[in-house]
Design a protein around this ligand. Structure first.
Ligand SMILES: *[C@@H]1O[C@H](CO)[C@@H](O)[C@H](O)[C@H]1NC(C)=O
Ligand SMILES: *[C@@H]1O[C@H](CO)[C@@H](O)[C@H](O)[C@H]1NC(C)=O
Ligand SMILES: *[C@@H]1O[C@H](CO)[C@@H](O)[C@H](O)[C@H]1NC(C)=O
Length: 389
């Protein structure tokens, strides 16, 4: 009896100690836990239980008088806040069969990336001749953020544009926190100078676009006359990041809610022409102080009742795993610079395409894709669903 009591006592003490230890660990790690676990639990609950972002409309809609002239908002569609330095206004003239208007967000100093793109997936002539599609590629630039380098940089940009005639530029500083201004510029330009494009894409200058697959994919969509269409790598229930050190930090004043509306990763997404027009309208009346451009796109889309959809072969942040079976279906992959030439060779090589055709090959490819995409990995690349298509 006595012994028993002492044993119980011991067990209780052990429990107490364990609880205390766990509490200590939780307290020490709370900040991390809060950022990584709690904020996600909170945002997912919000996304899937409340799932209603109507409040965004009323919060971000500007009043009609006067207020629109503040940072980033244009007074009306004919006078953007920042004037165009290079406008390329006749790029889409004389062609009303533009399948895709492709905006590449680039910085003035990224000459090499632009040249790589012009020689590979952004080569309009190749696309017209070999893929039989009318795609317009436009590089979207602000001005060099460093005043001391701006003059020289501007001379280079202008001479580059005289050769290629594919740059548009407005007079704002090309910085991360001005990306929303750059987004507004894209939809402004599309509405003004290329309104008939069937699809509009926004892309980073460090992605790879598998243009033959893209053209095939868009032609399929066009046959179905899709409308109200927005596709990419969708983020659902993403929480705003409240750590001040983060590049993506957003203050509670700027965005008070625990969860963003659904949006597609800014690396590369496509909208149908009617959506581009609607988003452009929304941009005229919404407060554009949200400087994360893909989130601002989500807010605009919410205001006009458009929601994004996933297509598994659009990538998020990560670079795609290399394998011909995967490249046979990829649309975009993020995080490329110097290797785009090799990738382009693979993408346009008829032998690589042949390799993945036929029953045995497709069986083989399903296995390879399952192994590459479904086994756990850290990188945010195509989901496991990609193995099943
Ligand atoms: C955005 O560009 C404007 C105009 O050049 C500039 O005044 C502003 O400081 C820039 N904002 C940021 C956050 O870089
Ligand atoms: C836009 O929102 C920001 C942050 O909430 C606010 O400071 C600013 O005054 C708003 N601008 C307008 C024009 O309403
Ligand atoms: C507000 O949001 C809904 C979608 O949730 C949308 O249908 C509506 O048109 C939006 N805009 C306004 C101005 O109410």
């Amino acid at each position: 009896m006595f012994v028993n009591l002492r044993r119980i006592h011991k067990i209780q003490i052990a429990r107490l100690l364990t609880t205390a230890l766990v509490l200590c660990v939780v307290m020490v790690c709370w900040e991390d836990l809060d950022h990584h676990v709690v904020s996600h639990v909170r945002s997912y609950s919000y996304r899937y239980l409340v799932n209603n972002y109507n409040f965004l409309n009323s919060t971000y809609t500007l009043d009609t008088d006067g207020h629109r002239r503040s940072i980033g908002n244009s007074l009306d569609s004919s006078s953007p806040l920042y004037p165009y330095l290079i406008s390329q206004s006749d790029k889409c003239d004389s062609s009303d069969d533009v399948l895709l208007l492709l905006f590449v967000k680039s910085a003035p100093q990224n000459f090499d990336r632009r040249n790589n793109i012009r020689e590979t997936w952004g080569n309009e002539d190749y696309i017209r001749q070999k893929l039989n599609a009318n795609v317009k590629v436009v590089f979207v630039l602000g001005v060099h953020p460093d005043i001391s380098e701006r003059k020289q940089s501007q001379r280079l940009v202008e001479s580059e544009n005289r050769i290629h005639k594919d740059i548009i530029q407005q007079n704002f500083m090309d910085t991360f926190h001005n990306l929303t201004t750059k987004l507004i510029m894209q939809f402004d330009w599309a509405a003004k100078y290329c309104a008939k494009a069937k699809f509009v894409m926004s892309a980073d200058d460090d992605i790879f676009v598998h243009m033959p697959n893209m053209v095939r994919y868009l032609n399929g969509l066009e046959e179905k006359h899709v409308e109200n269409f927005w596709v990419g790598h969708v983020h659902r229930g993403a929480p705003p990041i409240r750590r001040k050190e983060s590049k993506y930090y957003v203050s509670v004043e700027l965005y008070p809610w625990p969860c963003y509306p659904d949006y597609t990763a800014g690396a590369g997404y496509v909208v149908s022409g009617d959506v581009a027009a609607k988003i452009h309208q929304a941009m005229q009346i919404l407060n554009s102080s949200m400087y994360i451009d893909d989130v601002f796109m989500g807010i605009c889309a919410q205001a006009v009742g458009v929601s994004p959809q996933d297509y598994v072969f659009f990538s998020g942040e990560a670079i795609t795993r290399y394998h011909p079976c995967i490249y046979a279906e990829m649309i975009t992959s993020h995080g490329h610079a110097d290797d785009v030439k090799e990738l382009w060779k693979e993408a346009t090589d008829p032998e690589v395409e042949e390799m993945t055709k036929g029953f045995l090959s497709s069986l083989y490819c399903t296995t390879v894709k399952a192994a590459l995409l479904c086994l756990p990995h850290h990188r945010d690349t195509y989901g496991c669903l990609g193995a099943l298509t």
